[in-house]
Write a protein that binds this ligand. Structure first.
Ligand code: NDP
Length: 255
């Protein structure tokens, strides 16, 4: 394997790594040699995910974690250091949505979405920072969305949270560059996961609209997210920081 993409000896924490995009990225990191700690709330999903990674020849453990709690994020980092002796890579991927028109968003909806998507990204990055300093540097990958760029009628809280993730990413990148920590965001297009299966049920015609607008002509799958995760976690990206990279089959460049 090229040393540019070799993650042997590295340890990664992937929030929401027990399904969807997080698991797709976790499998990519494990395939490149990283040991992976999967963090999610659901113990059965956690167990299934690490069995999947191990089945593919990877090394994986799991920790129960609700990323809306800073203390839980700190405990997940501690569990990673305990299991693997270090933390080099954080993928702050856990996220959710509540699809409502803005006039229908309750206070609870707003706080749920902002806490799950945006506050969690800060809390997990804050928790990772001292461990990465101990390791001599690190890579933080945050997850934005097409809603970091666009707006839709049913995603005001979600779009606000994902726009915030990109700005948070830029600020962390500037602050922590002297510590040899690179921080970048991935903006996935429409990826077939539990989250978007819910969206397709709620939004008539979404399935076809995404295909029609995507130059590549299909929905993404979690495995499509593995390559960018490896790149942003590996030495290949050591001079890349503060960016937001769309991985969307061309959805965001269609005129
Ligand atoms: P899924 O619903 O398939 O997975 C979400 C993951 O997040 C699960 O592993 C879930 O595990 C975890 N999670 C949710 N809330 C919490 C929490 N409070 N604490 C810890 N873990 C949590 O969604 P996707 O894979 O689609 O989404 C992953 C990320 O990608 C999200 O940030 C999403 O916004 C983003 N995204 C998705 C796109 C898509 O098209 N699918 C497009 C753009 C961005 P558990 O339930 O066990 O806690």
């Amino acid at each position: 394997m090229s040393p540019l993409f070799d993650l042997s000896g590295r340890a990664a924490l992937v929030t929401g790594g027990n399904g969807g995009i997080g698991l797709g990225m976790a499998l990519g990191l494990a395939q490149a040699g990283a040991r992976v700690m999967v963090a999610g709330r659901d113990t059965a999903k956690n167990a299934a995910a690490i069995a999947d990674i191990r089945k593919h020849g990877g090394t994986a453990e799991a920790v129960v974690c609700d990323v809306t709690s800073k203390a839980a994020c700190e405990a997940a980092v501690a569990a990673t250091e305990k299991a693997f002796g270090r933390l080099d890579i954080l993928i702050a991927n856990a996220g959710s949505s509540r699809r409502r028109q803005p006039q229908e968003l309750s206070e609870d909806d707003w706080h749920f979405v902002i806490d799950t998507n945006l506050s969690s990204t800060l809390f997990s990055a804050q928790a990772a920072y001292p461990a990465m300093k101990r390791a001599g540097g690190g890579k933080i990958i945050t997850i934005g969305s097409m809603m970091s760029i666009f707006g839709t009628a049913y995603a005001a809280a979600y779009a606000a949270s994902k726009g915030g993730v990109v700005q948070l990413t830029r600020s962390l990148a500037v602050a922590w560059a002297p510590d040899n920590i690179q921080v970048n965001s991935v903006l996935p297009g429409w990826i077939d996961t539990a989250l978007t299966r819910g969206a397709r049920q709620q939004v008539p015609g979404l399935e076809e609209k995404v295909v029609a607008r995507s130059p590549i002509g299909r929905w993404g799958v979690p495995a499509d997210m593995a390559g960018v995760a490896v790149f942003l976690a590996a030495p290949a990206s050591d001079f890349v920081t503060g960016t937001a990279i769309p991985v969307d089959g061309g959805f965001s460049v269609q005129g």
